[in-house]
Unconditional design. Structure first.
Length: 605
């Protein structure tokens, strides 16, 4: 902010409040300027610390000041708030470091970075721009709440929250008018809306309905990607090429020119005519309307959708006309650039409250500003993060197709639990669902991460990379429990398991055998990650570990790894003990009947 802007802001604030001094509990007079300054700080903290103060579909008319103040007052003495303040301080410290880096950026270095970025754009990013595909993201409207309202007419016209007084999973639009939304503690929701009605989460029922919806998706794209029970991405390109003539009759003659239909066997199935370019998005929109209608006819639930040339853009579009609507983005480079550059950074998937705050501190609040200040990105961020942000500002999705999904994860929240047997049951349920997800997509994983949120809201992650890949619930649970045992005693309110380093299941056996043949003692030197810094960065799909950890306190490694034979996680700092353990496992394996020697692969199913 310039000095003039600073003076204007101060003058304006003082003028508006100069006659409204207050007296605090100690009898001291607090000037109106100090009061407003305190309020501004509280508002800033509320926006930075609480994801559930961010706007969501249906919250357009919410009194943001009342929402912020209520959340702040009810949270300021909680463990969650205290932990959030600690994390926020770390973010502020990192921002200060970044700003100091920017201040030292010379003109020469700026020119060098810009030349290098131009090369990255020309040689790496623009070749990835694909304007030939038609992607759609379909998002069920307030899915859990909509199911409950459908099944219980008494809930249809009341503010409804699915969840508990501890945590809300989702709310209906009536509740959102009061600022009550998902990820908000239920007691805060009740304060905002005294008439709020709670209903428990019924995951089994939602899963059955989600499966019905997915059967509809499969008609249009057998290889659709399910992001969650209530959201999926489809590639309609092949379906449009095969069936577009069925939808032409819906359009008037002015929408298309029959003389433009030409045979193009390279891009269209044999015997089909090339789709007139202006008609492609209209056909896609008609198909998406049909999908949404079929969903409603089958389930009496509504869905919103976005249509664009890649999933990232389609996801953004899916939020434009919620609820029960759809939006399509024209598939030209010019239209894509205009659309993406006008967006606030928070509208982009993967940019959360932390990254939003960091970018704002670097004077980047829109994607246009991100692009304009791209040299700053490459100066202060890791290159992977800088490239992701640059790619996004160009409307280019860094990864397309099957490579989009890099991991699978499941997690659940609950009241604080410290009993290991209860935590084991929770972990078993999570691993069962995770194994189903992997099996459904025919994938296996080598990296398993355990996410733990403690009773004081601090978060830990423990990760291990296995020598061979796994898929079954039994093996996932074994690894997760091995990691969990090392943290006991502990009181948790959230537990999650993530599977990454994915390979197709049909390649699993071959890959595992190759890994075992190449095994040496050094291969056993895996690591288990300790607590990660709260600041998060991203890859093209999800937020991943972000801004470099500058202190050993935030991240350190212990020498642990799974035994390549029995898969038990062992300490590897003592190589003599490692050798002894592996020798014993090999001896046990050798003593088995030949038919049973393949049982080692059970762990890698």
């Amino acid at each position: 902010m310039s000095e003039n802007e600073d003076e204007c802001s101060t003058s304006s604030a003082f003028t508006l409040n100069e006659t409204h001094d207050e007296i605090n509990e100690s009898g001291h007079t607090i000037s109106a300027f100090e009061t407003q300054d305190t309020n501004a700080k509280e508002q800033k903290l509320g926006n930075e610390l609480f994801v559930f103060t961010a706007s969501k579909a249906g919250m357009g008319d919410v009194n943001a000041e009342h929402l912020r103040k209520t959340v702040y007052e009810m949270s300021k003495d909680s463990d969650f708030f205290k932990n959030s303040l600690k994390n926020n301080d770390k973010v502020d410290h990192r921002i200060k470091q970044m700003q100091e880096q920017v201040a030292k950026l010379t003109h020469t270095k700026m020119r060098f970075l810009e030349a290098r970025i131009d090369e990255i754009v020309a040689l790496q990013l623009e070749p990835r721009r694909d304007l030939t595909r038609i992607k759609v993201v379909i998002d069920m409207d307030m899915f859990y709440a909509a199911v409950e309202m459908r099944d219980n007419p008494k809930l249809r016209h009341v503010p409804l929250a699915v969840g508990s007084i501890g945590m809300i999973s989702t709310t209906n639009y009536e509740a959102r008018k009061f600022g009550v939304r998902s990820a908000m503690p239920g007691f805060i929701g009740k304060k905002l809306c005294p008439d709020l009605v709670f209903t428990p989460v019924r995951m089994e029922k939602y899963s059955v309905i989600a499966q019905e919806i997915r059967q509809i998706f499969a008609v249009y794209d057998p290889n659709f990607t399910a992001f969650s029970l209530d959201e999926a991405a489809l590639d309609l390109t092949d379906y449009i090429r095969k069936h577009w003539k069925r939808y032409v009759s819906q359009f008037s003659a002015k929408d298309w020119d029959p003389d433009s239909w030409i045979l193009d066997s390279d891009s269209i199935d044999e015997g089909s005519n090339k789709i007139p370019e202006p008609l492609t998005m209209k056909i896609a929109s008609a198909i998406v309307s049909e999908i949404r209608q079929r969903i409603y006819d089958e389930t009496q639930l509504t869905a919103s959708a976005g249509i664009a040339v890649n999933t990232m853009l389609a996801k953004i579009c899916s939020n434009i006309n919620k609820p029960n609507g759809q939006s399509a983005l024209e598939g030209t480079k010019q239209a894509v650039l205009k659309f993406i550059r006008e967006l606030p950074v928070r509208k982009v998937g993967g940019i959360g409250k932390v990254m939003e705050k960091i970018l704002a501190a670097l004077n980047m609040t829109t994607m246009q500003e991100v692009f304009d200040r791209r040299a700053i990105l490459f100066h202060v961020f890791k290159e992977r993060t800088a490239i992701w942000l640059l790619s996004t500002s160009l409307g280019i999705q860094e990864h397309q197709g099957e490579s989009e999904r890099k991991s699978y994860s499941r997690e659940t929240t609950f009241r604080a639990v410290s009993d290991f047997d209860k935590l084991k049951q929770i972990c078993a349920t999570i691993c069962e669902h995770l194994a189903q997800d992997l099996a459904e997509d025919k994938m296996a994983a080598r990296n398993i991460t355990l996410k733990l949120k403690c009773a004081d809201f601090s978060v830990r992650t423990r990760s291990v990379t296995l020598i061979t890949s796994i898929q079954s619930c039994k093996r996932l649970l074994q690894v997760a429990l091995d990691l969990l045992k090392r943290e006991m005693p502990i009181s948790l309110r959230l537990l999650g398991v993530r599977a990454a380093s994915l390979i197709p299941a049909d390649q699993q056996e071959e890959t595992n055998q190759m890994q075992k043949r190449q095994l040496t003692i050094q291969d056993c030197k895996g690591t288990i990650e300790r607590d990660l810094d709260p600041i998060k960065e991203f890859d093209a799909e999800r937020e991943v570990s972000a801004i470099s950890n500058d202190t050993k306190e935030s991240l350190y490694n212990e020498a642990y790894a799974p035994c390549p034979i029995c898969t038990q996680i062992i300490k590897t700092s003592n190589l003599i003990a490692v050798n002894r353990h592996i020798d014993e496992c090999i001896e046990k394996q050798s003593s088995r009947q030949p038919k049973k020697r393949t049982r080692i692969t059970d762990y890698m199913e």
